[in-house]
Design a protein around this ligand. Structure first.
Ligand code: HEM
Length: 119
């Protein structure tokens, strides 16, 4: 039991580190591409709406992972999960499905947009 808890907490902290590093890498690679392409003006070009969408999605994930989750959500959700386990799990699942759909849409728009296949 003790070993199990220890492993699961080590696993959780490794996943947390992984999330934080991945989000940082997305920003670094995105900014690198923008600088390399010298494409800052694309952010105000309606044809590149999918680029703005990427940044909005990135900001939402960064806000959640770097600020809301450690400072607010963890405590709030922990209390909620202790009181209403099933509802908390259903809510977390729903929010993750929404995040996954938005990300999948953004990835599809990014691939098609960078190939010039979007209106
Ligand atoms: C700070 C945030 C981000 C910046 C500055 C950024 C910037 C860029 C740039 C400049 C490109 C190349 C566009 C071109 O070829 O003309 C690109 C491609 C792409 N980005 Fe992002 N991005 C960011 C976040 C994201 C996020 C959060 C996702 C996914 C949810 C994403 C998915 C993609 C995809 C799928 C491509 C196309 C790759 C390909 O060429 O096939 N990006 N991004």
């Amino acid at each position: 039991m003790f070993i199990g808890n220890l492993l699961s907490s080590a696993w959780r902290s490794r996943r947390r580190r992984c999330r934080r590093v991945s989000i940082l890498l997305v920003a670094i690679s995105g900014l690198y591409m923008i600088m390399k392409l010298d494409g800052w003006d694309r952010f105000v070009d309606a044809l590149f709406w999918w680029l703005d969408l990427m940044v909005v999605v990135w900001v939402l994930f960064a806000l959640m992972v770097y600020i809301l989750e450690p400072l607010v959500m963890h405590r709030l959700f922990h209390d909620f999960a202790l009181q209403e386990k099933h509802r908390a799990f259903a809510l977390a699942t729903r929010l993750h499905v929404i995040a996954l759909c938005v990300s999948a849409f953004t990835i599809a728009a990014g691939v098609l947009g960078s190939l010039g296949s979007l209106p």
